[in-house]
Design a protein around this ligand. Sequence first.
Ligand code: UGA
Length: 422
Amino acid sequence: MAQVGHEVRVFDIDAAKLAMLARGIPPFYEPGFQELLQSTLASGRLLFTESPKEAIEGAQLHFVCVGTPQQQGADAADLSYVEAAFQAVVEHADRPGLVVGKSTVPVGTAERLSNSLSRPDKVCELEVAWNPEFLREGSAIADTLKPDRLVFGVTSESAEGLLVEVYNEILEGGIPYITTDLATSEMVKVAANSFLATKISFINAMAEICEVAGADVVTLSRALGYDERIGARFLHAGLGFGGGCLPKDIRAFSARAGELGAADAVSFLREIDKINLRRRERLVSLVGSAFSGDFLGRHIAVLGAAFKPNSDDVRDSPALNVAAAMHLKGASVRVHDPQAISNAKKMFPTLTYCESIEDACRDADLVVLATEWSDYRVIDPKEFSEIVRRPVLVDGRNALDHSLWTQAGWKVYALGRGKLNR
Ligand code: UGA
């Protein structure tokens, strides 16, 4: 928002993060973010403050961008952060304004919050709009400044006008926008993530069949992807989806559909979740088959800890999940990641972490590719065959050139590659 010319004041309850951001240091890894942060700070249009009052007073629009994680012990979303942020706006707003939710919420939340905004003691009308966020980690900046579309859930023409004005510079680039009601705008986000999760699990279900039928999921996916009605994107078979969004969003959507009495409509999402989690088990069993079932005392190198490349996010990371599972089975597991090691250590302190790919692979009985960072695509399999104890590779992301690896003397296993694994 500061980049497209607005005056922005940011409040967060995490003072340490605010302090880093104010110094131009991102508290997480995101390509290009540090440069953008520093240039917008230098413009003077971006301010980080520990005072919600300072952030909220005088503003025309209040963007609520807090997380909606999965509730402990339940599938539904935890809305306490969204509710607290709305409360802060109600408490400190000193003029009429628009409260714009960007968080992913169960359908019906915006209307409910709308009813909680009135404040009898003050002449200060606040209106709610919903403007779901579609950015992906790892390409967040391009997704924000050049999104595929913008969605404005509003209850008045003036709210739509304000949002169009705020996004003017982005919309001028020819980006389409859709104006709709609050409920539809909330649904767009969860439906989009459900569709993406379904596409990934669909190809991973095909991978399961390929494994038993001796067929090849990578070729299958390529051939399917040329059909424009299907499309090649998000049809990459491997360890499946993780992160702070797709897994919890499909669960929260199922939970909300149940509350609305429509659980059957999205009961397939439970299957999508199960297919996804089965990929992790399958990878561990592939590794087990390479060891004749005996993990004890084996040295395994796991390349990748983040839930996807170009991110240091390890929330529900398939890579760390399989690393921990193999560790539990008695293997000695060494994990490498170009960016996510410090986050991974906090979540799984008992695993061993290495700063270099070579250190992770030294004397390994088997190497697992678990997150497809470009750093791993350029590994020279010949050189690495001399570092490891046994040249055995399990490609959990179908990301490497297997012919190069086999030519260099490696035994290669991969998910969904029937013939390869025989
Ligand atoms: C996802 C959506 O793609 C965004 O549009 C959305 O804004 C975001 O969630 C959110 O709700 O905030 P993100 O979680 O950053 O974005 O990452 P994705 O690119 O969707 O990848 C999710 C997972 O699916 C990763 O673990 C990735 O490795 C996996 N994946 C992706 C596959 O296994 N196969 C594929 O073909 C594509």
